[in-house]
Structure formats: structure tokens, C-alpha cells
Design a binder for this molecule. Structure first.
Ligand SMILES: Nc1nc2c(ncn2[C@@H]2O[C@H](COP(=O)(O)OP(=O)(O)OP(=O)(O)O)[C@@H](O)[C@H]2O)c(=O)[nH]1
Ligand SMILES: [Mg+2]
Length: 340
């Protein structure tokens, strides 16, 4: 969906820029209820993790060292990371040798418990309360799903009865403002922007002032995608933080780093560098539906312990889920083996 906003530089240049503040029309179509969203297992079934494990256990359900060797390889190829995969499998191997598992089903259960234990410390949901407005700054490398995530968050929080305002802090591309505006219109949420070439920090500062004046509950600020290796652009994030701090020393109350679930181990260096430059307080892992391998979530959990706030399981408004380790792990692992 929303391919309209895929990057087309020639069109960007020609697109007229919106006025300073664009109020959404009241006649937008009624939203689909969040309850209509499809299940985690269905969305995660194509991931490298789910396919790898399903294949492994259906081929080789005998409990032996070969199964554990293959399990380790499968976890590593699903982006879990060498250190995490080895630690998980070594523990299972010792327990197998102590005859703790009656069969491969019992091993699968133990793997499920171990994976859940890895995720438990990072399953901390985001409640945009305790400040008014609660300011969320969204950062990340190019194309990871920042703007889409903001659209989905706006929808979620508006559905919860909060007043939401969006700041079009991606001033690099003309289409970036229009893309945010489209999400705003769809969800009856106002977008504050100044258009291409404006100073991102000043757009977001203005938006915070407007949010205060209007009694807004949550302000979500978009930013341009940037490579974590681009020092100058990373400095811009520090400037945005400083400028917001002039209006509210506690703002931003949350800095969400969006990670593309298909990036693999590069996600680790993204978190490291964005955390230094922008003080990341939570992660969103997108695109876990489709071709993602899925294992990077475990690598991130083990490496950083940063809360994983949400995961993206598709492109539409209802496809952003509060991170639920149980649903996630159950979606990745095969169901019991006995039946098959
Ligand atoms: N399948 C899938 N696609 C997603 C998800 N989240 C975002 N996308 C798609 O990823 C593409 C890029 O999303 P954007 O939201 O524009 O990404 P961005 O980080 O704002 O990009 P820049 O502003 O250019 O840095 C779009 O086609 C989105 O529809 C997801 O959870 N699943
Ligand atoms: Mg964007």
C-alpha cells in the first residue's frame, strides 16, 4: 500500500509544498478497527527464522547432537548472531546430555522458554503519558519505515482517545511532508511542517509550541533518514534534542530508533551510533513480515537491553503491534511436532 509515496526524485521537485500547518479534513473514511488485524503467526510464517526451524524439525526430529548443530546454524542464518546462537545451543546441549529432554518436542519447548527469557527484559511498552505534550522523536537510517511507523502510531494513539500532532521534521525531500500529511489526513491528525529545505530543528520546535498551545497529548516528530556514519547529519539530531529542551527540559520523552528487520547484523552498529548521537530510549523493528529473517530481534535484545516498543508486521495502519514476546516467539517456532 501507499506506493504513491515511494521515492521519485523528479516528482518530488515538482510537488507544491503545503502551507505551514495543514489541518486534516473531517470527512476521512472510517478506520478499520485494530481488532481486525491478522495474527502474528500468519505474518511471521515467511521469515527465515520460522522457515528454517520448521524445515529443521520436520527433517530431523531425532534428539541428537546433529539436530543441535543444525539448530545453531539455522539460528545464525536467521540473524540471531553467532554469540547469542552459540550460547542458546550450548545450554540446550548440556541439558540434552543430562537427559532433560524426552524428545525433540521437549527440546523445542526448552528453546521457546530460552527465547522468551532473552526477550522478557526488553518487552516494555510505551505509554505516552506523564508529560503534556509527550514528545516522541523518531530516528533511523533511510527507508527503514520511520514515516510509516509514525502514521501507525498516530492512528493507534488517536484510537485511544489522545490528541495527536505530527511534526514534518524530514525536510530533505518534498515528498516526505506529503507522505506524513497523507497519514495525517487518513487518521484525522494535524501535521505541522514548513516544507523542503527548512531547518528540521525549527520545524520540530514550532510544532512543540503549537502542541502546547493546542493542549495536545502526544507530539510525534519525523526526521530525515540518515546513515549512522554521516557525522554532520547525526549532529542534527543532537541539535533537535537541544532545541526541544529549551521548551521542555524533559523533551523528547522518547527517542524511537526504527530498525528495518531485514537489515541483519548491521542493525547492531545502527543502534550503537544512534544511541550515542540521539540518546535512543526505545526501538521499533519493522518489516518483520515478508522477507525478514526475524532473528535480529534476539540479537538486539541481548546486545543492548533497550526496550523494543513495537514491531511492524505489514504496511497498513493496523500492522504496528506493541511488542509481545510470547506472540512473537510462538509465531516463529513450529507448533508441536507430534501432530506432523
Ligand atoms: N512490509 C512492510 N513494509 C513496511 C513496514 N514498515 C514500513 N514499510 C514500508 O517501507 C517503505 C519505507 O517506509 P517509510 O516509512 O517511507 O520509511 P522512512 O524511514 O520514513 O524512509 P525515509 O524517510 O526515506 O528515510 C514503505 O514502502 C513502507 O510501506 C512493515 O512493517 N512491513
Ligand atoms: Mg520518512
Amino acid at each position: 500500500m501507499f506506493k504513491l509515496w515511494k521515492k521519485k526524485p523528479q516528482e518530488d521537485a515538482a510537488r507544491p509544498m503545503p502551507a505551514a500547518a495543514v489541518d486534516a479534513p473531517a470527512s476521512a473514511p472510517a478506520p478499520v478497527p485494530l481488532a481486525a488485524a491478522r495474527g502474528w503467526r500468519e505474518r511471521l510464517a515467511d521469515s527465515g527464522f520460522a522457515r528454517g526451524l520448521a524445515g529443521l524439525f520436520s527433517r530431523n526430529a531425532r534428539l541428537d547432537d546433529a539436530l543441535l548443530d543444525e539448530l545453531e546454524t539455522t539460528l545464525i542464518s536467521a540473524d540471531v548472531g553467532v554469540a547469542t546462537a552459540s550460547a542458546l545451543v550450548e545450554d540446550l546441549r548440556q541439558r540434552m546430555h543430562r537427559r532433560e529432554f524426552a524428545d525433540a518436542d521437549a527440546l523445542l519447548d526448552a528453546l521457546r522458554v530460552a527465547l522468551l527469557a532473552l526477550l522478557a527484559p526488553v518487552a516494555r511498552t510505551l505509554q505516552p503519558t506523564g508529560a503534556s505534550p509527550f514528545v516522541v522523536l523518531v530516528v533511523g537510517v533511510n527507508g527503514v519505515g520511520k514515516t510509516t511507523t509514525i502514521g501507525k502510531l498516530a492512528r493507534r494513539w488517536r484510537d485511544e482517545g489522545r490528541e495527536v500532532l505530527l511534526a514534518a521534521g524530514d525536510t530533505f525531500r518534498a515528498a516526505a511532508v506529503a507522505q506524513l500529511q497523507a497519514w495525517g489526513e487518513r487518521n484525522q491528525v494535524t501535521v505541522i511542517g514548513q516544507g523542503q529545505g527548512a531547518d528540521a530543528a525549527s520545524v520540530i520546535y514550532d510544532a512543540l509550541q503549537a502542541a502546547r498551545a493546542r493542549g495536545i497529548d502526544v507530539l510525534i516528530a519525523d526526521t530525515a533518514g540518515r546513515l549512522h556514519t554521516q557525522g554532520g547529519l547525526m549532529d542534527e539530531l543532537a541539535k533537535i534534542r537541544r532545541v526541544l529542551g529549551k521548551l521542555d527540559p524533559a523533551a523528547p520523552h522518547e527517542v524511537l530508533l526504527v530498525i528495518d528487520g531485514t537489515t541483519g547484523q548491521n542493525a547492531i552498529s545502527q543502534v550503537r551510533l544512534f544511541r550515542e548521537a540521539a540518546g535512543v530510549s526505545g526501538l521499533v523493528v519493522t518489516k518483520l513480515d515478508g522477507s525478514a529473517k526475524g532473528g535480529v530481534v534476539f540479537a538486539l535484545a541481548r546486545e543492548f537491553g533497550l526496550p523494543i516498543r513495537y514491531v511492524g508486521l505489514g504496511e497498513s495502519a493496523t500492522d504496528l503491534r506493541a511488542f509481545d514476546p510470547q506472540a512473537f516467539v510462538d509465531g516463529l517456532l513450529p507448533e508441536r511436532l507430534g501432530a506432523g
